[in-house]
Design a protein around this ligand. Structure first.
Ligand code: GTP
Ligand code: MG
Length: 408
């Protein structure tokens, strides 16, 4: 081979080697452009994640395994032999980002009217149609009735409320649909109004018991109430009175850890009364202000389970302090069945107030009207999401206004 040809061949080989070197650098996991470090990937994912969808992303039918709670479980996991160095750094970075993300979520303290979700504008279609009429006629009354039944106000209260409204219209000589709707709003607001504050015992500890059917949000509500109390500078003991499943105590433990509350738990399958009794004794001994007692979800139709609950309530009152609230947690999605739940739980545990959860996702909140007016139980709190701050005092005015609000 002549020397120019040799030179050209050497040149081609050199170019090929250089090209291969460049390709190798970009495909070995260290090249920025193709594969950024783990921490940066997490950061990007965090930024791209829509903040408002996080709570519902974590929703799960199996509450004990609910994404948010399990993700945030205490990090005292056993040593898995992960070498020190980058892996630890990445874990720390991920923890930091998770904490930051949670902080962003947590700062999202909702307003009552801001997150009424599907409840908002439940009546709005009817309102538009009623207002388009020139007078109050039979069809107007029919439309009002249909609107109220759809919002789960229930037949009894709807009939009774419309009858009293008819009398009012006659007595005050109301003629326009606008006057009629205004009168209906006033009537609904006054029927729903009631005390929302949670009462404290004269002597510590105050004991609040949370009861309700399965999966309505009892444990989550305890976590939120615990957060509210500790934010106010009070000290809290949580009692894991749901002894049905070990996971229930763990779920409560996660909430306790988050807000710096004590947790008292018993053996799985143990007597819930004694767990709560022990929690009250422990709270009294350490001077805690409030005991928040969880109970296992139970069907209101099961007599033996309702009796067990009556015993829990009696025993909780036996030691130091006093049970000043028995809060019945009702899922807004339940609709009319919520009334029956309230009736049965009130019979066995003298319910002092209702917590209506998941109102962020339901248009069926109207059941609070019969609960308030037929059973005379005040609606005290409303759950508007899954995270710690998404609990607000019930606001009758805002609730009724949301029902009537027009949504375009
Ligand atoms: N969207 C929404 N979800 C909620 C709310 N409150 C609770 N949840 C969710 O409802 C599910 C059940 O909540 P839990 O607190 O475990 O219910 P529980 O009544 O303790 O359930 P059991 O102990 O099994 O009877 C979980 O996924 C919660 O995150 C709320 O106000 N809004
Ligand atoms: Mg629970």
């Amino acid at each position: 081979m002549s020397s120019p040809l040799i030179l050209i061949a050497i040149g081609i080989v050199l170019i090929a080697v250089a090209a291969a070197a460049v390709l190798l650098t970009h495909s070995d996991g260290k090249g920025e452009a193709l594969d950024p470090p783990e921490s940066r990937r997490v950061g990007t994912a965090l930024k791209d994640r829509p903040v408002t969808s996080y709570p519902s992303d974590s929703a799960s039918d199996d509450s004990s395994a609910g994404g948010l709670l399990v993700e945030d479980a205490p990090t005292d996991s056993p040593d898995l032999g992960v070498p020190d160095g980058d892996a630890d750094g990445d874990l720390l970075e991920r923890d930091r980002i998770d904490e930051e993300f949670e902080r962003i979520i947590e700062e999202e303290r909702p307003t009552f009217s801001g997150r009424l979700g599907r409840l908002r504008g439940v009546f709005s279609g009817y309102v538009g149609s009623i207002l388009s009429r020139s007078s109050i006629d039979e069809e107007t009354w029919e439309e009002l009735e249909e609107a109220m039944l759809r919002a789960d106000v229930g037949v009894n209260v709807t009939t009774e409320l419309l009858e009293s409204l008819r009398a009012d219209v006659k007595k005050r000589g109301l003629t326009t649909p606008q006057e009629l709707l205004d009168a209906l709003k006033v009537e609904m607001k006054s029927r729903l109004a009631g005390p929302t504050e949670l009462r404290f015992a004269a002597e510590k500890p105050t004991i609040w018991l949370f009861v309700g059917v399965n999966g309505v949000g009892k444990t989550t509500t305890i976590g939120k109430v615990g957060r509210r109390l500790t934010d106010d500078g009070l000290t809290v003991t949580m009692a894991a009175g749901d002894t049905f499943r070990a996971a229930a105590a763990e779920q409560l433990g996660t909430w306790a850890e988050r807000c710096g509350a004590d947790l008292v738990r018993g053996a799985e399958g143990g007597d819930p009364s004694s767990v709560i009794f022990d929690a009250v004794a422990s709270a009294a001994a350490s001077g805690k202000d409030v005991v928040l007692a969880d109970t296992a979800g139970r069907l209101h139709t099961k007599g033996n389970l309702m009796e067990e609950l009556a015993k829990v309530r009696r025993v909780a009152d036996k030691g130091a302090g006093e049970v000043t609230e028995v809060l019945l947690v009702i899922d807004a999605v339940t609709g009319q069945n919520g009334l029956e739940q309230a009736r049965k739980f009130a019979e066995s545990t003298a319910v002092t107030g209702v917590v209506l959860t998941k109102l962020d996702g339901s248009a069926k909140g109207g059941v609070v009207l019969p609960i308030r007016s037929e059973l005379d139980i005040p609606i005290k709190l409303v759950g508007l999401g899954e995270s710690a701050l998404q609990l607000v005092d019930f606001d009758a005015d805002a609730f009724v206004e949301a029902l009537f609000e027009s949504v375009d």
